[in-house]
Ligand binder design. Structure first.
Ligand SMILES: [Zn+2]
Length: 443
């Protein structure tokens, strides 16, 4: 009996996941949402010791709360203090089956980048794009060129959504919110697509690095999650840099320059010599892909003492150690040239590659790839040359890779997104919800 039931389940689920989704409905629903959300200014602010960094993020959070309640997610709630929106889409499996399926979650952020204003966004839809550069109407010096955006050519026949050239679009990450919301609505309208318990969260302050700070990981209750906040169609990231910060302090000896002969030891010369030793092929401006870097980014000082801050980045821990060794050698060489200067090198940990944890739960990434393939999207695993909210959440006990939302040229006036990418992101979320159920319910 049990075997028969399992067999039936597998056949049933497989058939559903192969079914064609209603792309027109998805497109309309997702794009309409994006156009509504981008009208709301949600810019976050750097160096504010509070979450959310700006009160206006609540404006969108309240709309999202109401919308979640309106589409039927009864437990939707807003954290009135820290501006997180949480909700649950209950499983449509039998109780016995649902208990076997891990609770998964989808996350997007409400804030927009502090880099360019997102007030009074005037979204422009370039219908049925046929190739060529896109000139933005209210500032014609802003041109989205095919040369800098070769991915435009993968969107021939799609509608391309841009700004009028004077603001951000903030498709980063309002496209992600629109896609999650639309996927939830789609799942509610199509109960034949089976899924376990699905959790939804919209977070503040991602752009200023504080998104996970007050995230209620435990209360939310997902076992695995996905941020929907990546670029091109197919993008999937389960890897970030390892990151350390080094501080090098050069201690000299100051005295009145008029009477300094034989006494003064000027730390500035030692610091400047040290900086000249950074290897050329290991700088942010000379590396890409999986290469790490050493990056001096802040220098303050005088004759008595100079302090240099350095970023150390690498995907591998062995690369981190090698880079620390290089700094150590640079220190020794500088001491050789400036024997009277005292040099301290101090390295502290910033964050770690989330892959060190995610690799233990390989199905989290594998199922996302499968969900994309079912939506006719070729997955491209792209290591992130930085940290993400997902990497912090992963280390807070919630393994969270990142999936494309379709946002391109984020943080600038030439931001754009295609309706095709949005549809494919929605389909990926729907498929992924189903795949977790399909793989685990029958076990
Ligand atoms: Zn983002």
């Amino acid at each position: 009996m049990k075997t028969l039931f399992v067999l039936f389940s597998v056949l049933f689920f497989a058939e559903v996941s192969l079914a064609q989704m209603d792309e027109n409905w998805i497109k309309q629903a997702a794009v309409d949402r994006l156009l509504r959300y981008v009208k709301i200014d949600t810019q976050s602010k750097e160096e504010v010791d509070r979450v959310p960094s700006t009160e206006k993020q609540f404006d969108l959070a309240r709309i999202l709360l109401k919308e979640l309640q309106d589409i039927g997610l009864k437990d939707a709630r807003l954290d009135e203090e820290y501006c997180y929106v949480y909700a649950t889409l209950p499983s449509n499996l039998s109780e016995e089956e649902a208990a076997k399926v891990p609770v998964i979650g989808f996350i997007a952020h409400v804030d927009a980048s502090p880099s360019v204003s997102d007030a009074n966004v005037n979204p422009i839809i370039h219908k049925n794009y046929q190739g060529g550069d896109i000139v933005l109407p209210n500032d014609t010096t802003q041109v989205i060129t095919v040369k800098n955006n070769p991915n435009l050519l993968n969107n021939i026949g799609s509608d391309i959504i841009t700004t009028d050239g004077t603001t951000l679009l903030a498709a980063d990450d309002k496209a992600g919110i629109a896609e999650i919301m639309t996927a939830v609505e789609y799942l509610l309208k199509h109960p034949q697509i089976k899924h376990g318990t699905i959790k939804i969260a919209f977070t503040p302050d991602e752009e200023v690095g504080h998104g996970p700070k007050y995230f209620d990981v435990k209360g939310w209750g997902a076992k695995y999650a996905y941020t929907i906040d990546g670029g091109q169609r197919g993008e999937l990231s389960d890897e970030t840099f390892n990151a350390n910060t080094a501080i090098v302090t050069f201690n000299g000896k100051n005295t009145h320059p008029g009477y300094a002969k034989g006494i003064m030891v000027n730390s500035l010369y030692a610091a400047s010599y040290f900086i000249s030793l950074f290897p050329e092929n290991m700088k942010p401006e000379t590396t890409s892909g999986r290469e790490g870097y050493l990056h001096p980014y802040d220098l303050t000082g005088n004759e008595e003492q100079t302090r240099l801050k350095i970023l150390i980045r690498d995907f591998e821990m062995s690369g981190m150690e090698a880079k620390a060794k290089i700094l150590e050698n640079m220190k020794e060489k500088t001491l050789g040239e400036f024997p009277k200067v005292k040099i301290d090198l101090n390295i502290t940990e910033s964050y770690r590659n989330m892959n060190s944890i995610l690799s233990k739960y390989s199905e989290v990434t594998k199922f996302a790839e499968e969900a994309m393939k079912q939506a006719d999207v070729r997955p491209v695993n792209l290591p992130i040359r930085g940290g993400t909210d997902g990497s912090k959440l992963t280390f807070m006990g919630l393994p969270t890779p990142n999936i494309f939302a379709g946002e391109e040229n984020p943080h600038g006036k030439q931001e754009w997104v295609s309706d095709k990418s949005m549809v494919k992101a929605v389909e990926t979320i729907v498929n992924l919800s189903n795949i977790w159920a399909e793989k685990d319910a029958g076990k």
